[in-house]
Design a protein around this ligand. Structure first.
Ligand code: ATP
Length: 247
């Protein structure tokens, strides 16, 4: 059996009396998408923050590629292959799409941070940055400033920026949020294409996208995983319907 890339074991996070994460164990297999669904306030963002390292669990462990990373910093986790995208845009708006990805490539290469220095001529940044833009379907928009991109294209660009750090595991926090039908269709296609190279833990409210993308789904309610299984298992589960799907 292939080893999972990411393993959560008995994760707990309390805020005072509130158990935002309650004994969560789950794993992410290579070349797969594991979706995390649940009602507002179920603890999805809290869980993602503990995996990414911005929030310290009260108890439990997070393992990445076999290594216990529970006590490691956010940058150290990123170096080891953990990537993430954010709900709130973190793009440099005045720069071109290409320049945004080049900055991420540069960070990955541990070069001196030449933020204000023109890097336009540097092929060692341009080529890998263009490759990431191609992966997300934005190559033809590379030279436009972020302000000229549609909301959907900005989400694709955020993904390219995350990919420039060459993650093995990607945490996606609501990649479909605010996207219309056509844009969310495009994002679904992009994520499908990435799956072979980057395993993804996907937090998403758009159930059509979840059902199309996920190899596995875990349902979080009041911080607890109440069900975990294939799309078919989750669709068929009465407990999930009662707690979340509202059917
Ligand atoms: N820093 C904090 N201090 C206190 N309580 C918090 C903190 N962060 C989150 N919570 C609480 O923890 C619970 C889980 O919140 P969380 O944001 O993780 O849920 P979520 O599933 O991501 O919700 P949504 O789908 O609305 O984004 C909520 O009851 C929230 O109020």
């Amino acid at each position: 059996m292939t080893e999972p890339l990411l393993v959560l074991e008995g994760l707990h996070k309390s805020f005072g009396a509130l158990r935002a994460t309650d004994n969560v164990s789950l794993d992410l297999a290579p070349a797969s998408i594991h979706a995390l669904i649940g009602p507002n306030g179920a603890g999805k963002s809290t869980l993602i923050a503990q995996i990414a390292g911005s929030l310290k669990p009260t108890a439990g462990t997070v393992r990445l590629l076999g290594q216990d990373i529970t006590a490691l910093s956010v940058p150290k986790r990123a170096q080891l292959g953990l990537g993430r995208t954010f709900q709130v845009s973190s793009l440099a708006m005045a720069f071109s799409a290409l320049r945004n990805v080049m900055l991420a490539v540069q960070a990955r290469q541990h070069a001196t941070f030449r933020f204000w220095h023109p890097v336009r001529g540097d092929r060692s940044l341009i080529d890998p940055a263009m490759a990431q833009l191609e992966r997300v379907g934005l190559a033809e928009r590379a030279h436009l400033p972020v302000t000229a991109l549609s909301h959907g294209e900005r989400r694709q660009l955020e993904l390219a920026v995350a990919l420039a750090l060459e993650p093995k595991v990607l945490l996606l926090d609501e990649p479909m949020a605010g996207l219309g039908g056509e844009d969310s269709e495009r994002m679904t296609e992009v994520l499908t294409g990435l799956r072979q190279d980057v395993a993804m833990l996907l937090v998403e409210h758009d159930m059509d996208a979840v059902f199309r993308l996920a190899d596995r789904i875990s349902v979080l309610v009041y911080g607890r995983v109440i069900a975990s299984g294939s799309v078919e298992d989750i669709r068929a589960s009465q407990e999930v319907r009662d707690a979340y799907l509202g059917e």
